[in-house]
Design a protein around this ligand. Sequence first.
Ligand SMILES: Cc1cc2nc3c(=O)[nH]c(=O)nc-3n(C[C@H](O)[C@H](O)[C@H](O)COP(=O)(O)OP(=O)(O)OC[C@H]3O[C@@H](n4cnc5c(N)ncnc54)[C@H](O)[C@@H]3O)c2cc1C
Ligand code: FES
Ligand code: FES
Length: 1342
Amino acid sequence: MPLALNGPSELLFYVNGRKVREKNADPETMLLSYLRKKLRLTGTKYGCGGGGCGACTVMISRYDPGTKKIRHYSANACLLSICSLYGTAVTTVEGIGNTKTRIHPVQERIAKCHGTQCGFCSPGMVMSLYSLLRNIPKPSMDQLMEALGGNLCRCTGYRPIVDACKTFCKTTDCCQGKENGICCFDQEENELLDSEQENMTCEKLFQEEEFLPLDPTQEFIFPPELMLMAEKQTKTTRVFYGERITWISPVTLRDLLEVKAKYPDAPIVMGNTTVGPDMKFKGIFHSVIISPDGIAELNAVNYKDNGLTIGAGCSLAQLKDILTDMILELPVEKTQTYRALLKHLRTLAGSQIRNVASLGGNIISRHSTSDLNPLLAVGNCTLNLASKDGKRQIPLNDQFLMRARSADLKPEEILVSVNIPYSRKWEFVSAFRQAPRQQNALAIVNSGMRVLFEEDTNIIRDICIFYGGIGTTTVCAKKICQKLIGRAWNEEMLGEACKLVLAEVLLPGSAPGGMVEYKRSLIVSFLFKFYIEVLQNLKMMNPSLCPSLPDGYGSVLEDFHSKHYETVLRYQKVDTKQFLQDPVGRPIMHLSGINHATGEAIYCDDIPAHDQELFLAFVTSSRAHAKIVSIDTSEALKLPGVIDVLTGKDLQDVNSFKSFLENEKILATDEVLGVGQIVGAVIADSDIKAKQAAHLVKIEYSDLKPVILTIEEAIQHKSFYEPERKIEYGDVDEAFKAVDQILEGEIHIGGQEHFYMETQSMLVVPYGEDKEMDIYVSTQFPRLAQDIVASILKVPSNKIMCHVKRVGGAFGGKASKTGFLAAITAFAANKTGCPVRCILERGEDILITGGRHPYLGKYKVGFMNDGRIIALDVVHYANSGFTLDLSLFVIEMGLLKLDNAYKIPNLRCRALACKTNLPSNTAFRGFGYPQVGLIMESCIMKVAAQSGLPPEKVRMINMYKEMDETHYKQEINAKNLIKCWNECMEISSYYARKAMIEDFNKKNYWKKKGIALIPMKFPIGLGSLAAGQAAALVHVYLDGSVLVTHCGIEMGQGVHTKMIQVVSRELGMPMDNIHLRGTSTETVPNANASGGSVVADLNGMALQDACQILRKRLEPIISKNPHGTWKEWAQEAFNQSISLSATGYFRGYESDMDWEKGEGHPFTYFVYGTACSEVEVDCLTGDHKNIRTDIVMDVGHSINPALDIGQVEGAFIQGVGLYTLEELKYSPEGILYTRGPEQYKIPSFCDVPNEFNVYFLPPSEVAQTLYSSKGLGESALFLGSSVFFALHDAIRAARQERGFSGVFTLNSPLTPEKIRMACEDKFTKMIPKDEPGSYVPWDICI
Ligand SMILES: Cc1cc2nc3c(=O)[nH]c(=O)nc-3n(C[C@H](O)[C@H](O)[C@H](O)COP(=O)(O)OP(=O)(O)OC[C@H]3O[C@@H](n4cnc5c(N)ncnc54)[C@H](O)[C@@H]3O)c2cc1C
Ligand code: FES
Ligand code: FES
């Protein structure tokens, strides 16, 4: 009977135990926006919209009437259409606990273990952990890491989150083997460790005993109604009609086939992890979507004589579980393919994706980077297809993967199940993949390889090799496989196979994705690994079949999967004489910690909609340098719901603003200077409409020359901003004449995207009356937003109130840029008279807002044979992009900080900000220091290599001595620099480990370890007195409670928590009596930007001042009634007409810098530190593991050690990202490719060193600063370079062994690609190299 579609169906599901019915469910509504906008459950966050960050994690529960089991799993709400939720129960962060009733142990522990900073990622983290615990109440570390792999955090550095999670883990009898190879059962070795650690005082940052126990009986039960519904489900197809899309959910195979026959072009949506991102990011549209639900045949698992048949609808997580069980039950020889599949299923995407993505979806999508297809293809899998006309089988082979029509599904066919045969005796299957990051990253190249031998021989009977990541789909190395049949498995065969495979699997120089030579090298490296793996297996089966492995080859196959995380933290205890009530110096939890973890913390986009609210989306340039010929807004304006399109013409004479040194255009008018420059803005009645319309604005361009993108091009065209800065110290030219050796070199340091988890967000509410306007904005610099808005609206600043409750991460990226975005939004609000909201999508945010400046450092260094550097001549070039923004200050700071920890007696340095046609770069944590510090350290490495000295020796020789002066003639007492260095060296057992590493390297040819100890002197100061002024306001109410406000912005660093600690100490009242609501230009005017590590110091001083004023006023009252309460004192003050409100003020620290003379006193003090990192490198793939890091920091008297350790760890991991992972990729036309977490990899859980120890030096007095504390927001980022230099050390060892002993340069970031290509060997020699200029590369180095 032909299928008749009824409809519309009613959608029914549960959210947090509440029934939800939707009569008109729109398939385009994703669960994330439904939760946030319709149900007002704003705890679930938007971070990327594409399944890559985990901020939107929820738990889905489904009842299976067949098995009578409920499946609970985490999923990304941003990829789930609400129509796919029929009959499910959704649990969000609000559903598991809240501050009004009871918080959940997961929420409590993440907060109390200091696992939240800005808190934007926290609800997602909580839900991933919660979902795991619903299934496994006592998980292992492995299970924990797998469950959290899909969640990103940009603030914490993950260690405290791991600590919180570990409190739920089952304790094992054994530590599962530590990286140094010593098990806790190994008594002798442990004694050694114990004695080493004997004198260390280690303090906890939280009290585990306080934690609520996890009680599974307290969780929501699955709604019985849904169970009943599933049991009695009528087998009728459900249909949902949206505005543009019809969603059809057949529930029987017969109906599915009918529907597919009727709509052959409609996709079958299972997990929606391919179709969803394609529709969202690639603009692919489907008017009909078929989404099978609960069809038994698609989920069936059958164990047959020849192997496993598994339903195409099974999720990758279910596949993983099934294969895990089979491996336990079946003999090894039968499970070769299953084992190989499992290896990839552990690292494929994050758990949220694996839980929903289907096997069928992965196969049919035929992504080039599919991790499963190469293995399924070599495993001789077959696909069971069905259509209305019947069933058939096709092989999953190269023809199918190439989409050859004869080998593909017909449009009306669906994939029902997949046969995965058992492997046979004498057959071996291997899986290889290399990704930019070990977890949750698509492979750069992956491979499946299988070989079958003639029985009891090493003669190849059959061999099959597939590669992914090379072309547009998985490719087969067919010809070589045919040629290898009959060959013996030996070195000769390998050599020939490598040559043949490179000739067959071709990759042009301009191949999309770039990394061409690296990919070529992976093709042969994987083949080599396969050779070794098979050799080992053959040897086990019959030792006489092949020769033994050469010495040092044994570890080649060990992967870098981490099993344990350990940490030691040490910080100063408060003085025993300090009052118990005085919180200063104690590890107090971030005061919003619990709100972060329960999702109750409000961010800008969580503010409820205002009446008549409109939305704004930006129109941006698609050209790097072009004349705007015309802008046609007619199509956009025709779209229903679109109110207006703003262009430069609307702004007329208010279309520019001088925020720092030069006037910047707000909207481009005649000319665009970079891709991503804002040209216009669409205002519509919904965010979706505004975004759709923005794509309809047509801009006609006429390209202009030159297009300057790279630093080299800027140098060639002399395209620089004015002025150039320079400092000269000593007599450089004379010094060069006297040195033993001179070296010249250069190093390139790539830029960095801020990747704050909360994208740029603002809501502007105009009041009409007196032209007043409220601006709620996620910014570090409310005053600038206020100023630009006032200027664009031509109103005085006193009409514009800018409010910031909290910011979901900023790192410098929400200082200058946000003001311009807010100004356009305010213009729209003023023009329409309606509130306007603008929330950037992740891709737009990355494209528009710029990031850290890429740097090129060129240096000439003169040194003595004993390693003393006598003269240095260095030039810094910063790629600033198309506006100056803060670049001049960045290069100035770069010049002042370039010496890092070293006294260079003769130093000449120049810095130039390059004007290029790239998005304008801006402030970023460290403000130039991370780049210039790396240039200095790179120079040290070269000197060490050239003079044959160990790098640590060259560092020690050149380090500042106790009393000294810098190159800009500021005095410096470097005592604590040396203390940090010595202590770190001791704590890390540097020399002992260095010897162990040398030994390891001798024994391992393809794996190398490296270690590096990097010192740091980070100057703190803003360069001017005015930049350091701060103000605060303290009100005491008649009930004795206190309300505080100050200039600082809470962006995760915990400044509000520290400020309440300060007020608590100064007023002598408990912290819970003090409240801090947020920051506003209405309460404290003319505030400076929050940044530069000094926010707590400066605002704390202002608050101290306010409190002391109040205390002084109230002193007579308090001394008359010393045992009174604050309520009594406040009432008495009121009665005596004494003001209970005070403003406090801090002028800033004296500071000066004369750039003409190149000298001054720009800094208040220095933060010192040293980090020692150890890594292990896989020389064949460039993969690496961070084994251990020890950090020793001089932090003065920490106001809050928990927050300060959090800042150190978070900054360090961000530095690890900068130097080893994060790579912005631009096309030769200046278009940014890396616009989301899929392409741009920030550190994840897997990047945290397995042992991560942070020690604070015993405090020493720091004159002037608040309670002798030091600002720690930025400095430790540079210490991430210790990982860079440890990698350098490992690469050096590899190169030396292979006969490349000369000086070499490594650029940053040191990605797997760069590591592999630097570890030159016989395989890298083998690969074809393209002549530069003979092809257009896919990407360029800017
Ligand atoms: C953040 C992220 C990270 C990822 N990382 C990885 C990774 O590391 N490795 C990797 O291999 N993959 C990765 N992927 C890809 C992911 O594995 C695939 O998107 C997924 O397996 C597709 O399954 P799905 O059920 O979601 O497919 P859907 O999006 O629902 O469908 C995909 C396609 O398959 C077709 N289809 C689905 N089922 C059938 C069927 N039964 N019969 C006929 N056609 C069918 C649909 O018509 C559609 O064209 C990642 C994806 C994301 C979003
Ligand atoms: S917002 Fe859903 S994964 Fe990033
Ligand atoms: S706390 Fe994780 S992103 Fe800020």
